[in-house]
Design a protein around this ligand. Structure first.
Ligand SMILES: Cc1cc2nc3c(=O)[nH]c(=O)nc-3n(C[C@H](O)[C@H](O)[C@H](O)COP(=O)(O)O)c2cc1C
Length: 239
């Protein structure tokens, strides 16, 4: 992953490496799984994505979005994914964490004491029934301070009841995807949340089914007709 092909003034720079990646994709073998990795970088806007082959089974997919901006860039990215996933026959629910009232985890260890996963009475009440039937989680977040948005991070922390040994129930989740967008022109700006996501999946034993990072989008509307939408839709179809 290199930033040398970005241009501060937004002019097209086509290095040999860009031409190679822009022309197609590289097939890699990683941990026994075929991995499709595509870096498209023919302008100051970069899209990096990869996805692994789908099992072909119909799934229950829960997309958790992380922006308060309705119709903003990450919402539009999530919509493209949802379109593809529904076209492929999957059941898809969307939880817009950025527009739901939800507190941060208190680490009070009161999980399951009421029969519910959490003692807090907020819109997690809407989320946990969706979590408890989801085969796949898709996190779709804007980049905030080189990290997930607080809205998404809050949801991740509220998954704590499901990581306890003494849980009453579990989530059927086995797979995850990560979609992110930000103003930065550099893919390295997403390195922090990408690593946190990787570690989280390792901890939970979930399979990583793909990641998409979209640089160079800031104003609401920047994602409209963006080339990344086709990638997000394909990731949904391939879910
Ligand atoms: C609090 C805050 C922090 C942000 N931090 C970053 C950042 O660290 N890097 C970046 O590239 N963009 C950052 N941005 C810009 C957003 O990632 C960008 O505008 C994104 O497209 C917003 O997506 P949305 O329309 O879905 O909310 C930040 C925006 C906000 C509001």
């Amino acid at each position: 992953m290199s930033d040398t092909n970005s241009s501060p003034n937004g002019k097209k720079i086509l290095s040999r490496r860009n031409l190679f990646f822009g022309a197609g994709a590289s097939l890699l073998a990683a941990a026994g799984h075929a991995l499709y990795r595509h870096v498209s970088s023919t302008s100051s806007v970069k899209v990096e994505s990869f996805s692994t082959p789908a099992s072909g089974k119909k799934k229950n997919i829960l997309v958790i979005t992380g922006s308060a901006r309705q119709g903003g860039n990450s919402d539009v990215l999530a919509e493209a994914f949802v379109k593809g996933a529904r076209e492929a026959g999957h059941d898809v629910n969307v939880f817009a964490a950025g527009r739901e009232r939800m507190s941060a985890c208190l680490h009070c260890e009161g999980c399951w004491s009421t029969g519910r996963p959490c003692v807090l009475e907020d819109n997690f009440e809407k989320l946990w029934p969706l979590l408890e039937k989801a085969d796949m989680l898709v996190f779709c977040s804007p980049l905030y301070w080189y990290n997930f948005s607080g809205h998404i991070k809050c949801v991740m922390d509220r998954l704590y009841p499901y990581s306890k040994k003494q849980k009453l129930r579990d989530m059927p989740v086995r797979e995850a995807m990560l979609l992110m967008c930000g103003e930065s022109l550099f893919l390295r700006s997403f390195a922090g949340p990408a690593e946190a996501y990787r570690q989280m999946l390792g901890f939970k034993g979930w399979k990583d089914r793909g990641r998409l990072f979209v640089t160079g989008v800031n104003d609401a509307g920047d994602m409209a007709e963006h080339k990344a939408l086709a990638t997000a839709e394909a990731m949904g179809k391939n879910a």
